[in-house]
Design a protein around this ligand. Sequence first.
Ligand code: ZN
Length: 182
Amino acid sequence: MNADPPTHRACPYCNELISLEAKVCPRCRQWLTWRSLRNPLAQSLFVVLPLMLGCGALLVLAANRFQRVFLPRPFYSEVPGALAVRESWLNWVETTNGPRIYVTGILTNRSDLRWRDIEFECRFADSSGRMVDAAHGRTFMTVPARDDAAFRVAVTPGRPSSADYHSHEVRVTTARSSHSAF
Ligand SMILES: [Zn+2]
């Protein structure tokens, strides 16, 4: 009767009888242990996997950067009251192409963001305070953070008489934050 513990076993890949201690099958060269970085499977777990995770993290960072450039935030609607018209004046001017209204003014930026491509809404009222005309104007200006900037909006009046434009009101409807690509 043979009570000696077994010293050999069959390779699970090629069935060759090999030493129990063998890490690599001498016949088919398959790695038989997990506990070695030279095992291709262990390599894929401890080297390739972390590498892939690293690349994944880089991709997420790149996507984030892309979003910041091409889908800029915050939008103007997310920063209420960022731009306020401090003062404004209305000038009725007769040009060779007919009458024009020039609304000029000073814009105050109360936010920490730079704004550009500012869109204004102008409302005009007669002497009784009734709104008689309205217009939107877009200016390609930039207002630095916590600063002022002068603006001018040119409007073609919808009414023939300057007497109808007794008073006006102008406010910012939208603008783009400065790191916007578009
Ligand atoms: Zn083998």
